[in-house]
Design a protein around this ligand. Structure first.
Ligand SMILES: C[S@@+](CC[C@H](N)C(=O)[O-])C[C@H]1O[C@@H](n2cnc3c(N)ncnc32)[C@H](O)[C@@H]1O
Length: 321
């Protein structure tokens, strides 16, 4: 990849996960808000600017921008495990996926596939329960299972119960196409793996990730949407992400801006009165934060696959072009 090549002229790297709140469709708008200077810094071969995503999810912005250096972090250990295996053990991961796809392919009929899905979900939860001392083979298996479950479950959701067990039911039959899954996933994984070679990974809270940022970094914070917006999905982790978490995040943003002069920060959230009040406050203005409103497609989790377009906020200290 040539660092000077505009992103739209490079091979497209698509996210390997379908993720609630994923930003793939609005990534071009976010990249425009980052602006050409930030993008150049991320593509400069000898530079030290990184794209840091402390709420990585499917890492849509990293996929779209293709920075030479970055940090992806998430409180969901399984996402970071998948990215780590994809980066460092690609061949083993492809082997596991081939095996799962072949087994799924041999399930005759919907009921047989549903049982296969539930067995793989049980296997995943069993492996998660001993994740602390997993072997590298078990970590690879978890990564392959996450991809399979993500592709086959209802709406691509990752939802866990209070014990941290993944509990999403199987999706519509149309989602269960093992051959198509294998055909599209392999090439995507290879491109994503190449991109990940320059990316550090961290499993933990956004606060852990923010401890690692430098003044030349570009930080994109995409927390679970503020639930003030009816229908928002926030149960990615067993702890959830409530109003108090949004307030704490806002204070963390102010602190980062104060302690790292020159750092560029972008935050996404839903367009709710209380998020606007936080980021339009005097403290926010003094820190140089501005509020942009954009339109974004949104899946309403409670209503299955119904999609509509909704107003979202992008809060940033990057001046408009
Ligand atoms: C809206 S999604 C991010 C979507 C991502 N930008 C994308 O394009 O797919 C929010 C993510 O934050 C993660 N998360 C929730 N609470 C967190 C926390 N306290 N620290 C770090 N990550 C957290 C969730 O696991 C989820 O992946």
């Amino acid at each position: 990849m040539n660092a000077g090549t505009p992103v739209f002229q490079r091979d497209v790297v698509r996210p390997i996960l379908k993720w609630a709140g994923g930003k793939w469709r609005i990534a071009p708008k976010l990249a425009r808000i980052l602006g050409p200077q930030a993008l150049e810094a991320l593509w400069a071969p000898g530079g030290d600017a990184r794209l840091v995503e402390p709420f990585a999810g499917s890492a849509a912005l990293t996929c779209y921008v293709q920075p030479l250096r970055g940090l992806l972090a998430d409180a969901n250990t399984e996402i970071i495990n998948l990215y780590s295996v994809c980066r460092d053990r690609l061949e083993a991961l492809l082997g596991e996926i081939g095996q799962i796809a072949a087994e799924a392919e041999s399930c005759l009929g919907e009921e047989s596939f549903r049982r296969y899905y539930l067995d793989r979900r049980d296997e995943m939860n069993e492996l998660i329960s001993k994740a602390g001392d997993s072997t590298s083979e078990e970590r690879t298996r978890r990564a392959a299972l996450l991809l399979f479950l993500n592709r086959s479950c209802f709406n691509g959701l990752w939802r866990v119960n209070s014990r941290g067990e993944f509990n999403v039911p199987v999706g519509r039959p149309a989602a269960n196409q093992p051959a198509a899954f294998l055909a599209t996933t392999g090439p995507r994984l290879k491109r994503f793996s190449r991109l990940l070679q320059g990316i550090a990974l961290l499993s933990g809270s956004y606060e852990d990730a923010l401890k690692c940022v430098g003044s030349n970094d570009i930080v994109y914070l995409d927390p679970p949407y503020d639930a003030g917006d009816e229908g928002s999905f926030t149960s990615y982790t067993s702890q959830g992400f409530g109003w108090q978490d949004h307030q704490t995040l806002f204070l963390s943003v102010l602190k980062i801006l104060e302690t790292h002069p020159g750092i560029r920060v972008v935050v996404s959230n839903s367009d709710t009165e209380r998020i606007r009040a936080l980021y339009e406050s005097r403290d926010a203005k003094e820190a140089g934060l501005r509020v942009h409103t954009i339109r974004a497609p949104r899946v309403i989790a409670a209503q299955g696959s119904r999609r509509n377009s909704i107003s979202e906020l992008v809060l940033t200290n990057i001046p408009p072009m």
